[in-house]
Design a protein around this ligand. Structure first.
Ligand SMILES: Nc1ncnc2c1ncn2[C@@H]1O[C@H](COP(=O)(O)OP(=O)(O)OP(=O)(O)O)[C@@H](O)[C@H]1O
Ligand SMILES: [Mg+2]
Length: 373
C-alpha cells in the first residue's frame, strides 16, 4: 500500500534527514515509527503526502509513484495528523473536522452527522464542543480534534505524527484503544509516529526503530522484544532493560537536535535575532560537511554582533563530549555544572546533536514510571 524504495531526504542546508529508507507497508497494516528526536520521523511522513519531496528514491502509494500524482489529490486521500495540532483558530471544532469532507464536496447534513459521530467516538459531547473555537479547548482536546479531522473522510492511508503526545495517560489509553478498535473495523493503512515505546508496542503490527535518518530494525513488537539487533534497539525496548540503564551507559539514547545550528559565516547579529525569537541560550556552529566548529553563547554572540562580526568568532570549544567514550554520568555532571546543552561529536569532530537537561529528565521519568508500574 505504501512502499519506500531507497528513499533519501537531504534538506537544502545539507541535513540528511532520511538515509536510504526501504519499507513496504501492506494494506491495513499499522506501522509505528519511533526513534530519538530529529531522527527523521516527521520527514518520512511528510514525504508520503509530498509536503516534502524525496531527494532520491521512490515512494508508491496504492501502486502509484507519488511523483506522478497531483499533490493536492494525493493529500485528499491521505489523512494527516500533524505534530503541532494546528487547528484553524478562527474555525469552530465542527468546521475544523469538516475541512476535508467539504473539500470532498460532502453535503452539509452528511458532514454534520459525521462530525457528531466522530466527537462521540472521542468522548467529547457534540452539543458541548461542536461550536467552540480551538482556544476554548484544552491541549489534549485540541489534539483529539486533530485526530478526528484526519479520520473524517475515512482515507485509506492515515499518517499520524505523535497524535497522542499531549494527552493525559487516561485519555491517551482510551484513544489508543479506540484507534485499535477502529483499525480492526476499518483496516486502514496507518503510519504512526511516537516517542513512547509502550504506545508503539501496544499499537503496532510492525515497529520501525530509526536513528539519525537510518533504520535500525523493522520488526513486530514481539520480535523486537525477543531479538533486538543491537544495543540501541535494546535501550529502546524492554522495560527491565530500560530500568537497568546505568549511569555508565553510552549517551546515544538521549542525543537530540540542538535549538539552533548555524553555518560559521552567519552574521552574529542574525544569530542573535534568531535566538531571541526561539529562546535557547546557545547555538552550535557546524560547517557544510557536518564538522563541529564550536558552540556560541549569548553574551559572546552579543559582543561579536556589536562589532559586526560572524558567529565563528564567538565560538567556544571546551564544552563537548565524544560519543564513543562519554557516559550518561559524564553528560549529567557537565549539565549539573552549567545549564547549557552539551554538544556530542564523533571521532572526526562531526556534530551528532546535543544532550540537555531535558534528555536526562526524560530518562529519569521513564525509569521512575517503569519502576512504579
Ligand atoms: N525544513 C528543514 N530544513 C532543514 N532541516 C530540517 C528541516 N526539517 C527538518 N530538518 C532536520 O531534519 C532532521 C529530521 O527532522 P524530523 O523533523 O524528521 O525529525 P523527527 O524524527 O520528527 O524529530 P522529533 O521527534 O523531534 O519530532 C532533523 O535534523 C531536523 O533538524
Ligand atoms: Mg517529528
Amino acid at each position: 500500500m505504501v512502499i519506500f524504495e531507497n528513499v533519501r531526504k537531504v534538506y537544502d542546508d545539507g541535513t540528511v534527514a532520511v538515509n536510504n529508507l526501504n519499507l513496504e507497508i501492506k494494506e491495513g497494516e499499522f506501522v509505528v515509527l519511533i526513534g530519538p528526536s530529529g531522527c527523521g520521523k516527521t520527514t518520512t511522513l511528510k514525504m508520503v503526502n509530498r509536503l516534502e519531496e524525496c531527494t532520491a528514491g521512490k515512494i508508491y502509494v496504492d501502486g502509484n509513484d507519488i511523483t506522478t500524482v497531483d499533490p493536492v489529490k494525493l493529500r485528499r486521500g491521505i489523512g494527516y495528523v500533524i505534530q503541532q495540532i494546528a487547528l484553524m483558530p478562527h474555525l469552530s471544532v465542527a468546521e475544523n473536522i469538516g475541512i476535508v469532507p467539504r473539500l470532498h464536496k460532502w453535503e452539509k447534513n452528511k458532514i454534520d452527522k459525521r462530525v457528531d459521530e466522530l466527537l462521540e467516538m472521542a468522548g467529547l459531547n457534540p452539543a458541548q464542543y461542536k461550536y467552540r473555537l480551538p482556544d476554548q479547548l484544552s491541549g489534549g482536546q485540541q489534539q483529539r480534534i486533530g485526530v478526528l479531522r484526519a479520520l473524517a473522510v475515512e482515507p485509506r492511508v492515515v499518517l499520524m505524527d505523535e497524535p497522542f503526545g499531549a494527552l493525559d495517560p487516561i485519555s491517551r489509553d482510551r484513544l489508543q484503544n479506540e484507534l485499535l478498535e477502529l483499525q480492526k473495523k476499518l483496516k486502514k493503512t496507518i503510519i504512526f509516529v511516537t516517542h513512547d515505546i509502550d504506545e508503539a508496542l501496544k499499537l503496532a503490527d510492525r515497529i520501525v526503530i530509526m536513528r539519525q535518518g537510518r533504520v535500525e530494525q523493522i520488526d513486530t513488537p514481539s520480535e523486537l522484544k525477543n531479538n533486538p539487533v543491537n544495543d540501541f534497539v535494546k535501550a529502546f525496548i524492554g522495560e527491565e532493560r530500560l530500568a537497568k540503564i546505568s549511569p555508565e551507559a553510552p549517551i546515544d539514547i538521549i542525543i537530540e537536535e540542538p535549538g539552533l545550528k548555524v553555518l560559521p559565516d552567519t552574521k552574529a547579529s542574525l544569530v542573535l535575532n534568531h535566538l531571541e525569537d526561539i529562546g535557547p541560550e546557545s547555538a552550535q556552529v557546524v560547517d557544510r560537511n557536518g564538522k563541529w566548529l564550536g558552540m556560541a553563547i549569548v553574551p559572546d554572540i552579543k559582543k561579536v554582533a556589536k562589532l559586526g562580526g560572524y558567529i565563528k568568532e564567538a565560538v567556544r570549544l571546551e564544552r563537548k563530549l565524544y560519543i564513543e567514550e562519554a557516559t550518561l554520568r559524564d553528560a549529567a555532571e557537565m549539565l549539573a555544572d552549567r545549564d547549557l546543552p552539551v554538544p556530542i561529536l564523533d571521532e572526526n569532530n562531526i556534530f551528532l546533536g546535543v544532550v540537555t537537561h531535558n534528555g536526562i529528565a526524560r530518562l529519569t521519568i521513564s525509569r521512575l514510571q517503569r519502576k512504579i508500574s
